[in-house]
Design a protein around this ligand. Structure first.
Ligand SMILES: [Zn+2]
Length: 375
């Protein structure tokens, strides 16, 4: 099964990449293709802006009352203009792309856009061609304190499953669970309900029955694995797993870093950051920032084993920059490493894994090296 993911102009590239990463994190028969080069934009005449006067207006037009009661504070400044497009415009974009790229009729084309739609839905498939769809990427900040990449990636899988659950188009609108039960097939007009779906990461027995014979078992298994890995990752990210025992940290032969007991989550660092991180892994006693330059040769060696790009001279230059105490380079890399761990597993667990120390003191990574495996 193929899914083609597209983005419209305003969708943040980092967000798009994250969604792609999530959906590719487990190998299997559901293949994701994405096209960073084709950027969908809307024509002026397609976009209908309307004015949101104040908070009350916002609640009425954007979030139904029952939702606002549960959402976090709205810190918009009023009035503002909200741009919308119609569903047919969104579906047409997907259809045009399908035609231009000669994508077969059984493959999905899903457009991610942060322009709202008139019905204010989060995601939908085209009734006439239910392999074309869209997902709205904005407004998530009102509902959850986590990256919108989680619900968006989740919804990609939901749309795919929903397409296979239903025979007719009428089905698609009537057989969803009107009252949300935490199944992938919950009626998802409102974003609040998607949070519940995300928390459970589940498909109910009934809906598994509907999928029977419509989707191959390996595909179903892969979809369910992706849903539950998203759920797991979101729980870590939201710091809900802070009491979980620490995971092993594995640096594999390609120098990729994995937390093997946390669903084999990969911690993605850039080559220089990785070299610095591995240096600190090797030195549990800690290193002063000011004496990093004494470890230059070891850093050269680690960096050379990670990055085979560029010539030796250039690579040495980058390491020399990093260990130069006159620049802030090493500290900046440490902050980014910290951020990557925090985003992945939440601040409490992350604190065991990143490089830390008071300023002027030795920096170190605290965790028990019995949990470390470097290949
Ligand atoms: Zn269900």
């Amino acid at each position: 099964m193929q899914i083609h993911l597209l983005k419209s102009e305003e969708v943040d590239t980092t967000l798009f990449t994250k969604v792609v990463d999530f959906l590719q994190s487990i190998p299997g028969p559901i293949k994701l293709r994405f096209d960073q080069n084709t950027i969908i934009s809307f024509e002026d005449e397609d976009v209908h802006p309307y004015l949101i006067r104040d908070k009350e207006d916002f609640e009425k037009k954007i979030m139904p009352k029952m939702e606002t009661a549960q959402c976090s504070a709205i810190n918009k400044s009023f009035p503002f203009e909200r741009e919308t497009v119609s569903w047919s415009v969104l579906f047409n974009k997907a259809a045009q792309y399908r035609k231009a790229k000669k994508i077969p009729d059984d493959e999905f084309v899903i457009l991610l856009t942060n322009v709202a739609n008139k019905q204010n839905w989060f995601a939908a498939l085209d009734e006439k061609m239910p392999v074309n769809g869209f997902i709205h990427t904005d407004d998530w900040e009102y509902y959850i304190k986590c990256s919108p990449a989680f619900p968006i990636a989740y919804e990609v899988i939901s749309l795919v499953l929903q397409r296979h659950m239903f025979d007719g188009l009428n089905d698609l609108r009537t057989k969803v669970h009107e009252v949300p039960i935490g199944c992938v097939n919950d009626f998802c007009q409102h974003k609040r309900e998607i949070i519940l779906k995300l928390r459970t990461g589940d498909v109910c027995e009934n809906c598994i029955g509907l999928l029977n014979g419509k989707i191959s078992l390996p595909e179903l298994h892969h979809a369910l694995q992706l849903l539950s890995s998203l759920r797991e990752k979101m729980l870590f990210h939201q710091n809900m797993k802070k009491f979980t025992p620490l995971s092993k940290l594995l640096v594999d032969d390609k120098k990729r870093i994995f937390l093997s007991d946390f669903g084999n989550m990969e911690i993605k660092l850039r080559p220089l950051e990785k070299a610095l991180y591995i240096l600190f892994l090797r030195h549990p006693e800690g290193i002063y920032n000011s004496s990093l330059c004494d470890f230059r040769d070891e850093l050269y060696e680690i960096y050379a084993s990670i990055s085979n790009m560029g010539d030796l001279h250039e690579m040495r230059g980058r390491i020399d920059d990093m260990v130069n105490t006159l620049t802030d380079s090493a500290s900046q890399k440490m902050s980014r490493i910290k951020r990557v761990f925090e985003e992945a597993i939440g601040p409490d667990l992350a604190a065991h894994y990143y490089i830390k120390g008071e300023s002027g003191q030795k920096k170190k990574i605290d965790f028990d090296r019995a949990l470390l495996e470097i290949r």
